[in-house]
Design a protein around this ligand. Structure first.
Ligand code: 5RP
Length: 228
């Protein structure tokens, strides 16, 4: 296993401490969450009873295989804890998410959870968001070029995401514009301004949502909690 994967696994295993019997758990998306689900599977097979709310089809499939029953889209979700990865984290625990394209569902689940736990390897920590990772913005395909120009007026360059030379579509049928910015000095202000543009569905800035950050580092696990 490569170093970064090993550190993600370390963080994911530490996240188990935040899962209690009977909890409804929001399950994020991505490679760190895959490690979490593998660790949860062992606990569930040993008798832990939890219910999941998945943020992607991939996570739903893995959770099902791990023996975790899932709530449906039509249920009301009393989520005790949401656990997810991130693409960048700043010192105030603000995040860029959406590298895997699941940011809309991830934000809905995070917004409806009593606590949010983020697991990362140490490479995701940055002093200021931006620069090394573009900000994903989920937009309606209708008029997307105009939406992209409106977003660029706030700064940066918006590039429509592609996978294998095809336009990438989210689970909800939207496009992702990856907004390349040198630095994001005001994540809350930028999130509000982007989300006010007609055609924008949601952006990958998660501001003031993280309660606990778990970091897998080469010298062990570090935990940072939100300032009161
Ligand atoms: C998916 C996400 C992921 O949490 C983020 O991309 C981190 O992924 P990984 O755990 O694979 O590094 O936001 O939309």
């Amino acid at each position: 296993m490569e170093d970064q994967e090993a550190l993600k696994k370390l963080a994911a295993e530490a996240a188990l401490d935040y899962v209690k019997d009977g909890y409804v758990v929001g399950l994020g998306t991505g490679s760190t969450v895959r490690h979490l689900l593998a660790a949860l599977e062992q606990r569930v097979r040993a008798g832990l009873k939890i219910t999941g709310v998945p943020t992607s089809e991939e996570t739903a499939g893995l959770a099902g295989k791990a023996g975790i029953p899932l709530l449906s889209d039509d249920d009301l979700w009393p989520i005790d804890v949401a656990i997810d990865g991130a693409d960048q984290v700043d010192p105030q625990l603000n995040l860029i998410k959406g590298g895997g394209g699941a940011l809309l569902r991830e934000k809905i689940v995070a917004a409806n959870a009593r606590r949010m736990i983020i697991m990362i390897d140490e490479s995701k920590r940055v002093p200021v968001l931006g620069h090394t990772f573009p900000l994903p913005v989920e937009v309606l395909p209708f008029g997307w070029q105009n939406t992209a120009r409106a977003i660029e007026k706030l700064g940066g360059k918006a590039v429509r995401r592609e996978r294998n030379h095809h336009v990438f579509c989210t689970a909800s049928g939207h496009y992702i514009l990856d907004l390349h910015m040198a630095r994001i000095d005001d994540p809350a202000g930028l999130e509000a301004r982007i989300n006010r543009i007609p055609g924008v569905i949601e952006c990958g800035l998660f501001v003031d949502r993280t309660d606990v950050l778990i970091v897998g580092t080469s010298h062990g696990v570090e935990v940072q909690t939100r300032r009161a």
